[in-house]
Design a protein around this ligand. Sequence first.
Ligand code: ZN
Length: 146
Amino acid sequence: MSLQEVYRQVILDHYRNPRYKEPIPDPDAFSEGANPLCGDEVLIQIKLQDGRIQAISANGKGCSISQSSASLMAEAVSGHPIPQVLDLSGRFQDLMQVPPDGSANGYADLGDLIALAGVRRYPVRIKCATLSWITLEQALGDDSTD
Ligand code: ZN
C-alpha cells in the first residue's frame, strides 16, 4: 500500500467513524465555523480544566475533508494544554501552505494529521482542512475574554 493510500484510508476512516462528535451539554467555550465555498459547517465545543482541553466535541456537516479534519483535530487536541494546542494549530496551517510538491518531512510531529497533506494539491480544498482548526482557535479566543 502506498503512502498516499494509507493517508486516504486515514481520512476515510475519520469521515465514516468521526471521533468526538458527541455534543457537550455545558461547554466552557464554543464556536461555529463555515466554509461557504464548499458548504462545510462545524461546531466546536470545549470543556477546559487547568489550562487544558479536558473535553472536546467537533460536530458538523460537509465534505469528507472538512469532517475528517474535524475528527482528526479533536483527537489531536483532546487532553492537551492550550499553548500546545495553539502551536499544533499553527503547525498544521503552516503545513497547508507548503507547496504540494514540497516535502512534508519536517512535520512528522503532526502524527495522523499529516494524512491531510495531500489536500495541498487541491488549493480550493485547503479551507476545508483548516476550517475546524480556525474554529477551535476562535473558541479558545472567546474563552480568554471572560
Ligand atoms: Zn469542504
